[in-house]
Design a binder for this molecule. Structure first.
Ligand code: DAH
Length: 341
């Protein structure tokens, strides 16, 4: 026992003078290695008289454990020393700089777009891309807006030198998608649209829409209402009522403006819905037979609905953004206030 105390004392003194990991490894072997002093003593225990075995064994074990902990601590202190040395040699790390954790995030429009895509995918819609530069034919003629039609004036268009246009609406992809898939068809196509508008708090020259089309036998306005209600329930996480008012768009007949019961006051009337209880959300309608025909689909056999949801508006409502210009501004400070739910 006394010998054991002596060994431990000596070991501690030696440990204090150890200066690097190599020395520490030797020390470990010397005491705790296979042929080390402690390991040997454990082996020799069998020669002790039975009555001493227990107390000696306990003592030996505690010396062994303590030594092990001391060695581990020493090892750690060498590691810390190494890191500190490295840092002190590196001049381009300034550890006094305040640490601010700034996490980036997707843009509110992208978050909403992804969410809408997920919702429509789950309802069996295909997701398609539209072009940003379009032919005049796709942007206008193919959706029943011939040259000199007054509806062309409603959409102030950016014309390119080659006669093509920056697409003024996602409807510009309707024709291509009908030709690609034929009927039946269920597709959405989100995209960026451009109009030569004066900017103000609610008008932008660049905005985002998501166009949807469903074409099949026996499709009616009831299907349109069903899918819009399902989508809204998912976005706002509660039941949202919709109502249709007549609206004119050359590519649908009949055409509608779809209003939603105000998600802020549940239709009771508040500042957001200007106390009317309803908010105008998106134009839609039953696809005009001429548009189906131009897409290569027989209107005698198939019908369909279409909608063009401007989701700058929806993003503003979902995330409490009050200025449409913020959405394209790259103003991170303001955008990060958006209440992304
Ligand atoms: N393309 C129209 C616009 O941006 C919106 C629109 C209206 C799309 C009615 C539709 C629709 O699909 O059915 O002005």
């Amino acid at each position: 026992m006394v010998e054991l105390d002596e060994i431990f004392k000596k070991a501690k003194a030696e440990l204090n003078s150890i200066k690097d990991t190599a020395e520490l490894n030797n020390f470990y072997q010397q005491y705790l290695g296979k042929t080390g002093i402690i390991t040997q003593s454990l082996r020799n225990m069998k020669d002790l008289p039975n009555e001493d075995k227990k107390t000696f064994g306990m003592k030996l074990n505690s010396v062994k454990n303590e030594l092990f902990i001391l060695i581990k601590n020493k090892e750690k202190s060498f590691e810390i020393e190494k890191i500190e040395q490295k840092i002190s040699k590196t001049k381009d790390i300034d550890l006094t700089t305040p640490c601010q954790e700034k996490r980036g995030s997707l843009h509110p429009i992208t978050i909403l777009q992804n969410r809408l895509i997920d919702i429509f995918l789950s309802m069996g819609f295909t997701v398609e891309d539209g072009n940003e530069i379009e032919t005049e034919y796709n942007n206008f003629e193919a959706v029943n807006i011939p040259k000199n039609h007054p509806a062309r004036d409603m959409q102030d268009t950016f014309y390119l030198e080659n006669g093509q246009v920056l697409k003024t609406h996602t409807s510009a992809a309707q024709n291509r998608i009908m030709r690609k898939y034929g009927a039946p068809l269920k597709a959405i196509f989100p995209g960026r649209c451009f109009r030569n508008e004066e900017l103000d708090a609610s008008h932008e020259n660049t905005f985002f829409q998501i166009e949807g089309m469903m074409i099949d036998k026996d499709v009616s306005v009831a299907n349109l209402i069903y899918f819009m209600e399902e989508m809204l329930k998912n976005v706002f996480q509660k039941e949202i009522k919709v109502r249709l008012r007549p609206g004119f768009f050359p590519f649908v007949e009949p055409g509608f403006e779809l209003d939603i019961s105000c998600p802020y006051c549940d239709g009771r009337g508040c500042r957001v819905c200007k106390h009317g209880g309803w908010i105008e959300l998106c134009p839609c309608g039953m696809i005009h037979p001429e548009v189906l025909k131009m897409g290569g689909i027989d209107p005698e056999e198939y019908q369909g609905f279409a909608f063009g949801l401007g989701f700058s508006r929806l993003a503003m409502m979902t995330y409490d953004i009050t200025e449409i210009r913020l959405l394209n501004s790259g103003n991170i400070k303001a955008l990060s206030q958006a209440k992304i739910k």
